[in-house]
Design a binder for this molecule. Sequence first.
Ligand code: NAD
Ligand code: DAU
Length: 338
Amino acid sequence: MRLLVTGAAGFIGANFVHQSVREHPDVEVTVLDALTYAGDRASLAEVADRISFVEGDVADAELVGRLVAGSDAVVHFAAESHNDNSLADPSPFLRTNLLGTYALLEAVRAHDVRYHHISTDEVYGDLELDDPARFTEQTPYNPSSPYSSTKAGSDLLVRAWARSFGVRATISNCSNNYGPYQHVEKFIPRQITNLVDGVRPKLYGAGENVRDWIHVEDHNAAVWEILERGRVGETYLIGADGELSNRRVVELVLGAFGRPADDFDHVTDRAGHDLRYAIDSTKLREELGWAPRYTTFEDGLAATVDWYRAHEGWWRPRKAATEARYTASGQEVLSARP
Ligand code: NAD
Ligand code: DAU
């Protein structure tokens, strides 16, 4: 299989390519990535001689058309992915997440190429903290941020291209990933790298918001199942029953550094901050037999902390600029718990 993977110099895509080279050695992988601030070729260094890398924009219809014509399948990870950035400047989110997906859809339509679309549980909006409900494939779309609304829009484009033009597409909506190669702007790597630097973790608001954590390798194993055996036209939710409050996650990260559980700062909350995400992945588990391998968050987190400690050369170049962006956005340490 000739597989085109977009956005694989980023966190999940890079892990997907590592896993693909390891577990599907017959697959020929071509990566298309624009190397934005979030992309880093170093994330693919270990597999560089096993893949082809093309630097370019998924919204470049001519380039995308050429690459798709030479592929049997596309897995589309490329996106602007960070909620906080989308509040500061939504424009690249509209271009990449909507126009980039549109360019890919037109190309897979023209060349009848199998397409898998990577999306997020954030398209469903949020749940109350005390609500026993979880998101399912039937939950209505209700996104909150510029990021999640552009992801929701891209999912709807995929559904329309599947129905109207017979594009052989599947969609997956996954919960919060953690693991190696995640940008230091994101919650868990930000706190780990802060602690390496002797800086206190930064908790938005009261820290009661809940995220449903999944190890990136479990996400990518599910993507392979869907790509190979998923029903065309269908959506699959991916989640590993990993609900935790942000405060609990910070306590666990502090514990990994031998620091007291309350040794963190409360900082300015995110505007429109989604309260809780929770995934019901029954369809994926029952139809495709997928199950997560990382079932204990504490173990996955300990391995992730070890990875960041051992790979300072990978994250260090982006750390100061990332913290400067947070400061410039007005994020401040609060003197008391809000
Ligand atoms: P990331 O920000 O780490 O990586 C994004 C990659 O896309 C980068 O390499 C970047 O250079 C590339 N890119 C950005 N704009 C591009 C463009 N116009 N053309 C080509 N390449 C471009 O993101 P991530 O966390 O790895 O997320 C990957 C995908 O998974 C996204 O679609 C995201 O919505 C989805 N997702 C992420 C999570 C999560 O927890 N991180 C959960 C569910 C779904
Ligand atoms: O649910 C899937 C989504 O998960 C993906 O679609 C997104 O691409 C991905 O970025 C992630 O979105 P979140 O906004 O949930 O992730 P983030 O890492 O930015 O924040 C996780 C939680 O931690 C969130 O409630 C905000 C909070 N937070 C974040 C940072 C950076 C803090 O408390 N402190 C921080 O410093």
